[in-house]
Write a protein that binds this ligand. Sequence first.
Ligand code: ATP
Ligand code: MG
Length: 550
Amino acid sequence: MKKKGPNFIEQIIEGDIARGFDKKNLRFRFPPEPNGYLHIGHLKAICLNFNLGKKYNSPVNLRFDDTNPEKEAKEYVDAIKHDINWLGFDWDKECYASDYFDQLHEWAIILIKKNKAYIDSQTSEQIATQKGTPTKPGQNSPFRERPNEESLSIFEGMYKGEYNQGEHVLRAKIDMASPNMLMRDPVVYRVMKVSHHRTGENWNIYPMYDWTHGESDYIEQVSHSLCTLEFEPHRELYDWFLDAISPLEGIRPKQREFSRLNLSFTITSKRKLAQLVEKKIVSGWDDPRMPTISGLRKRGYTPQSLKNFAVTVGVSKRENVIDASLLEFCVRSHLNEIAPRAMAVINPLKIKIINYAKQEGEKINFDINPQNKEEGKREIIFTDEMFIEKEDFQENPEDGFFRLSPGEEVRLKNAYIIKAVDVLKDEKGGVTEVLCEYDPKSKSGTNTPESNRRVKGTIHWVSSKKAVRAKINIYDRLFKVEEPGKNETIENEINENSLITKEAFVEPYLSNAKDGQQYQFQRLGYFVKTDNKKTLEFNKTVGLRDGWKK
Ligand code: ATP
Ligand code: MG
């Protein structure tokens, strides 16, 4: 791959180092909220942070921003950890914002004591009507000048569970006229009598994400706090919160924002992906059509191809939409290098070679991977009865059809040249079997004049006497529109052909395929062995070429 120059984040870090920032103090983090599975968008943030860790030999924390127990669960924590490990990254500390709940609570009390926060006893609707608009200042709450002692006492009551959800909130006292709406006295704590997947029933109040996130970066001494562009206006608030609890010791995190990864034909919003799961449009978060890391893994994507994709996309501040074909290209390029080859026939049509006499058949050698000859050879048995793809035979060939048709010759890959001489049909006139003759001297690689004879087409095959059955799931893009989810009606945007299941015949050596192993089925595309224990099953990963080019 082309070596890229430093991205703008790296330039910022280099600048900081040049101005005297001690390299030893560099620390990064990836801060997911455990309310869903990681998706291809997160991949960008993961690669950015962990690659910085590698580049500067500095620690990268995995921090779960678990401030919203209603939506979060341990299942998501476990899936996120598994996915990051699978990508090949190791975090330094495994952190949870919930581990800082005590500290955040203490700091909240300091805010009140410093007259920087107050208890508002209005309803959330009332608070919302006072927010104003970006061009119109908001109104102060009637509780804004409530004595600090009173706020402290109510906050204590909230903490002890004496109030119900919605009765009171703690708000930062900033500026209801600020042009930055986030600075208009944001809520810092709310009453929420919900069990948390880590702290159980300990808390009756939970800190808001904005209060938690920036403080957590500071607690962990993250030097460069990297997030997506929509958090740019939050920076002012995080700074205000840090100033409010100062004096600070150690490092003050520097937040910088980069653009989100948007991919055509793909949804990169956990909320919308959750809808697909809840409405059972897909089989789960790890459905092979989902743009989740776990879905892509089941689809046969490799960690290397995903990381190559992230590097190719790069990091910038410009919002754009990446073509889904680029991701597929990265997967295809990597699989071309590493995937063993195999033959499979997905829409079988039987052929019989009437002049082939060897009962036991004969062994034909194939490269396991022509891109890497060292991987050696595999043997395939050639017999008088074969399956070829239905599409490789036409009784009345259309113009430009160069594969098998009556009277025409074609080569069976790595084996003999055959000619169709007759067809057998069912009562409806459908072709059930093609009778062929082969040229015994035309065997590939024997270097006879007949073997070097050129025919217009080469097709793949499996012996119908030796091949094994396999179930094949042919996946395609989940959405048929370029910007799914734009209009909230994702159900209507689903590609009805995104999963087609077939009964195929595959080379016998595939019956020993390991779960998760990818193969190139010659002429058909890349496929991965699933972990289905009952049947031999493969998922289609990606085609051999871009089938979506306009
Ligand atoms: P979603 O919109 O899917 O819920 P999120 O931003 O709420 O995403 P988090 O779990 O909070 O999800 O994200 C963890 C980190 O991943 C954040 O730093 C966030 O900026 C980053 N991230 C999320 N989506 C993308 C994306 N599409 N491109 C790049 N980074 C992303
Ligand atoms: Mg988020």
